[in-house]
Design a protein around this ligand. Structure first.
Ligand SMILES: *Cc1c(COP(=O)(O)O)cnc(C)c1O
Length: 375
């Protein structure tokens, strides 16, 4: 069994994907070709924002967003403690200080109360200036934006939505990647919408930010003179080949994959809810199920379940075994462990199961049967 069966998806979409690749080869327009422009138009329309700027990967997308705001030394950037390293690395690489925030145990997403407490702490200490908050849509469910945006507004923070896992999710019909002042996503192969290599995108309603980012992804090139560079930038663009692969994948994602993966998640929950803590999706929210993550009683039970699955050839993953504050690279900040009780508890109990749109009922039953027999 595959954790995320990319080959099965390729078999279903092969004709369109192969035709897309061939058309790029025939055009020889490999960087920011027609397919990239078409993809940006379709992504912006689907998400419901004015601009989409594609780039090299989801990590560059986050960094470019913070660069567009001029974030740097002396700035505090708030980041959930329970996330992938890239959500925090984007601030650290620019010399800013990531300040970690505990999450909700039910949704895995940033807790608005904990955010306010951390902002207050930074203000009381008076060493850093609170500038921005990176809000992650973890495992596919949009974060609690109604509450989080209120806190951000109160303290005048820029909001960067890290939608690397959240693309396709929504809150009352409003789509993920439309909640931040800037939002980003990743097309890493295993994400909800993945390409066949690295890729990423940035979303914004601001014309100024759009213009700045289009310049920044090509070394800060002036729009008027391609040999004059007015600002510091990066080299971070989406290959035309990847865009050609993403166009039919986006179509399948919109037409059926998002519904199919939700059906898989519903079946998991129906079978498992009496035995383990199943994912909690808030009223009015839709997840894109980047991960289907259960919570076990403790480390011991998790180890037992994971071993039982492995014995049957069923892959499972621990996302994530440690919070950001416990990462070696951030140890020098010496953030108190006690501020991250819920993240610490999750790190000991979470287990992510195979989930993708093409998963069969037999596979779902096999996974669930092997978990239930360990309870
Ligand atoms: C995958 C991921 C990223 C980074 O995306 P890449 O395309 O791999 O650089 C950033 N944030 C989160 C939450 C992710 O899961």
């Amino acid at each position: 069994m595959q954790f995320r069966d990319l080959h099965k998806q390729y078999e279903v979409l092969k004709k369109e994907i192969d035709a897309g690749i061939e058309s790029v080869l025939a055009s020889s327009h490999f960087i920011i070709g027609e397919q990239v422009k078409e993809l940006e138009t379709q992504l912006a329309e689907y998400v419901g924002v004015k601009h989409c700027i594609t780039c090299g990967n989801g990590s560059d997308a986050l960094q470019l967003a913070l660069m567009a705001w001029g974030i740097g030394k002396g700035d505090a950037v708030f980041v959930p403690d329970f996330t992938y390293i890239a959500s925090a690395g984007c601030a650290a690489i620019l010399g800013a200080t990531p300040v970690f925030v505990d999450v909700s145990k039910k949704t895995f997403n940033m807790c608005a109360k904990a955010l306010e407490a951390q902002i207050q702490k930074v203000l009381d200490e008076g060493k850093l200036t609170p500038k921005a908050v990176v809000i992650v849509d973890l495992f596919g469910q949009p974060a609690d934006f109604p509450k989080l945006l209120e806190v951000a507004k109160k303290y005048n923070l820029k909001v960067l939505e890290d939608g690397a896992q959240g693309f396709g999710g929504s809150i009352n019909g409003k789509r993920a990647c439309s909640f931040g002042d800037i939002a980003t996503t990743s097309f890493f192969p295993a994400k909800p919408l993945g390409c066949y290599g690295d890729g990423g995108a940035i979303f914004t309603d601001s014309d100024d930010v759009d213009a700045l980012l289009r310049s920044m992804r090509v070394h800060g090139r002036s729009p008027e003179d391609k040999y004059d560079n007015s600002i510091v930038g990066m080299n971070s663009r989406l290959d035309t080949l990847q865009a050609a692969i993403l166009l039919p994948k986006l179509k399948a994602f919109i037409e059926h994959e998002l519904d199919e993966v939700n059906a898989v998640a519903d079946k998991y929950t129906a079978k498992l809810a009496d035995y383990v803590i199943t994912p909690h999706i808030k009223e009015g929210y839709i997840s894109s199920w980047a991960q289907y993550t259960i919570q076990l009683k403790d480390r011991e039970q998790r180890t037992k379940v994971q071993a039982a699955l492995k014995e049957q050839g069923i892959p499972s993953m621990i996302y994530y075994p440690r919070g950001m504050h416990r990462q070696t690279v951030f140890a020098h900040f010496a953030y108190p462990d006690a501020d991250f009780e819920r993240t610490n508890a999750l790190c000991d109990t979470v287990l992510s199961l195979p989930v993708h749109p093409y998963m069969t009922d037999e596979d779902i039953a096999l996974v669930c049967g092997n978990i239930i027999k360990e309870m």
